[in-house]
Design a protein around this ligand. Sequence first.
Ligand code: C2E
Ligand code: MG
Ligand code: MG
Length: 867
Amino acid sequence: MTDVRCKQKQIAVIIITLILLCSCLSNYVYAEGISDQKNVLVINSYHQGLTWSKDETDGIIDVLKKHNNNISIIEYMDWKNYPTDENKLHLFEYYKYKYQNKRIDVLIVTDDTALEFALENRKSLFSNAPIVFCGVNQDGIANITRGQVNLTGVLEEVDPTNTIKMALQINPSLKSVYVLFDNSESGVSTGELVIDKIKAMDMKLNIIPLNNLPYDELIKNVRGYNDDSIILVTTYYSDVNGKIVNFENVSREVSKNSNVPVYHLYDFGLNNGAVGGTMMSGKLQGMSAGNLAVRLLDGENPDNIPFTSPKTTRSVFDFQQLKRFNIPLSMIPKDYEIINKPFSFFETYKTLVLSVLAVFILLITFVYILLIHIRQIKKMDKNLFDSHEELTQIYEELEASDEEIRQQYDEVLTINERIRTSEEKLTYLAFHDTLTGLPNKLSLFENSNKNIFILTENKVALLFLDIDNFKYINDTLGHDFGDQLMIKVSERLASLLKENCSIYRLSGDEFIIIIKDIKEEGAGEVFASHIIDGFKEEFHVINSVLHVSLSIGITVCPEHGNDLEELLKYADIAMYRAKDAGRNRYVVYEQLMNEVLIERMNIEKYLHTALEKNEFEIYYQPQLDLESNKITGLEALMRWKSPELGFVSPLKFIKVAEDTHLIIPLGAWILRNSCAFLKKLHLKGYTCLTVSVNVSILQLLQIDFNDMVVDILEFFGLEPNYLELEITESILMESFETIGIKLESLREMGVRIALDDFGTGYSSLNYLKQLPISTLKIDKSFIDEITCENISETLTGQIIMLGKSMGMCIIAEGVERQEQLEYLINQECHKIQGYICSKPIPEGEIEKLLEISLVKNLFSLGGNVNE
Ligand code: C2E
Ligand code: MG
Ligand code: MG
């Protein structure tokens, strides 16, 4: 037990020893820490609780707190309440006792009294610490410091200029400024400073000091100020009677009772009735002093830091006071602080609100764009739907029409097949003659295009065949007979063809035979005579037996030409030669025959000027009436005596005149002159005479032809039935339709129409029935056939008979011989015209002839006046 107690004692001793050790150590450490700390003593001139002093102290402590852990000791001299030397004495004793063992590193003093006290006593009381002052204005500082060193500080700059300017801005009619200050040393100093500064502004303001009124009167007084005044409170801690007052309370009361705004020199006036202005801030003063103290604590020499006057004012207005005096906020510059403003969400959260607004606008825009897009999409959707509908419809229609198209396609195929068959037929028809089945003219030219003439080494012969007098067989025996005969002729020709021959029906009664690969000279002629021989055998057509002969013209390639046209042209010329030579023969083309062409060119050359050169003359050939044996008519026949070409036959130049259209003036000329001559004869007493004038188709085709005829007849006073217009058969057939109407009209007038050269053309008597023909002139070629031997076989008699049956006057042309005349008399032909009676003779001779014929009956059968 004793051991245990012993041990416990030992442990307790150890613990106590350790505790003592620790406490010694901690004290040492604490003492070390204290030795590093600096002491700053703040002595305020006034009492604790005075706002100004409080603000200054707060400012100082704020700064010092930020700077290390310096200990600040705050003292208050309470000079406002005890402004006596006795107070100072007490304070001296108190501080002496309090700080005898305390080192003061920096002494901060606020306002004048504290500065004075510190300067006087720092040596004895405050370790002769350097001094930093604040709250002392520029006027007071020199008196107080009196050349002392080891101090620096912040000067309080009393300057109401900005506040007055602002008051003037708010109320431009401002006239009076009531300056409130007390009569204490600092009050008077501040008040006078303020008044001086306002005066220096030179704004003609009435400055009224308010330092000589007892407090109650002051309150009463402020109630009666005019609108053009303000109150400027500076320093007021006691009234004129020395009654100590609370500055803040005074400020509030003055403001409450005043009708005009109360401006304040110090910012503690705010919330104590001050409207605002540029106000001195105790806190800012304190902070500046604090900053200087820090510098001194950091080792700076205070004498190296001059007294400073930093900006220690606040530009501020009280919103509630502004509202009270109806001062719009807009009058207050933007850099002024506004206090007591009611809470404004926008103002407070401006950035947030603006950001939210921006985001909202952005969202709205986005939504709007989205809506537009949705609308567009909807529209597109609708369009798509519509298009789909349309397409479906079209598709259905297409499906329907597809079936139709298929049907139409089948139809087209059938039609195509038909067209192909028709084309084949048409091609056949185009290249073949329908009557005889022989290849036609087109086929001939088609083959010639294949160069049948050039691409052959051997010669080629072209035979141009024309049936003699076929037209007249056709006319007299009828078309059906003619057609049957044509078929038989074709068959006969085909049967006579040889291996290298091909045959074509050119037109009417014309055929072409091409003989290729001719190896022997004269093969064309041999073949031609082979054909002529083949036609010696008679034809049996519709119960009739008749002989048919051919006239053949022959051309040979390459002698006469290399192309079909050339060969055809020359073969045609040769064929006509064969006809001229008496038909039923062949003629081979010769170069000489071409001279006709050259002659024609010469005629054309001189014909142009012949009329104006008066180279024409009219001859007249009498027409003898066989019944009365008298000259009853004259045929006017053109004569051209060209100085260059000599006498040119009308058979030659009339064709050229037609081709060159010169026949129009020429025809008019002969019509006019022959009528003139007839009129002359009528006047001489040959009143029964008629005149026959040959008329060309070109004349008849002129629109004014009938008018011209009428004009001429009227001009000479001739009855129309004394004029006979001769037109050739070929003319008539070519322009049957056009000319028919004109002839009809002329005939209706009484003009006679004669069909000239009947028998040389292609007309049938059936056609003639439809035309107003009054006279039929049988061509000389028929008359020539009337010979003693064949009198019974000639066609002339039949023509006369037919013509008469149609009520026409029949004139036989080219009557030369007695037997012809006799035959014609026997056939009771009405009239004759021919050399047997008279050749065509000039005007003068006609007159003589007529005179003689009046005296004697010269035209007895067989007589000839020209003999
Ligand atoms: P055409 O109108 O048939 O005239 C009759 C032709 O036969 C005249 O020839 C005439 O001289 C001739 N002639 C009359 N009797 C005989 C005869 O017994 N023997 C012979 N060998 N010939 C006879 P021409 O005057 O040479 O006239 C030939 C053709 O020229 C006329 O044939 C007529 O078609 C045409 N012609 C003449 N003058 C004119 C005219 O002024 N105008 C027109 N358009 N044609 C005219
Ligand atoms: Mg005639
Ligand atoms: Mg004639």
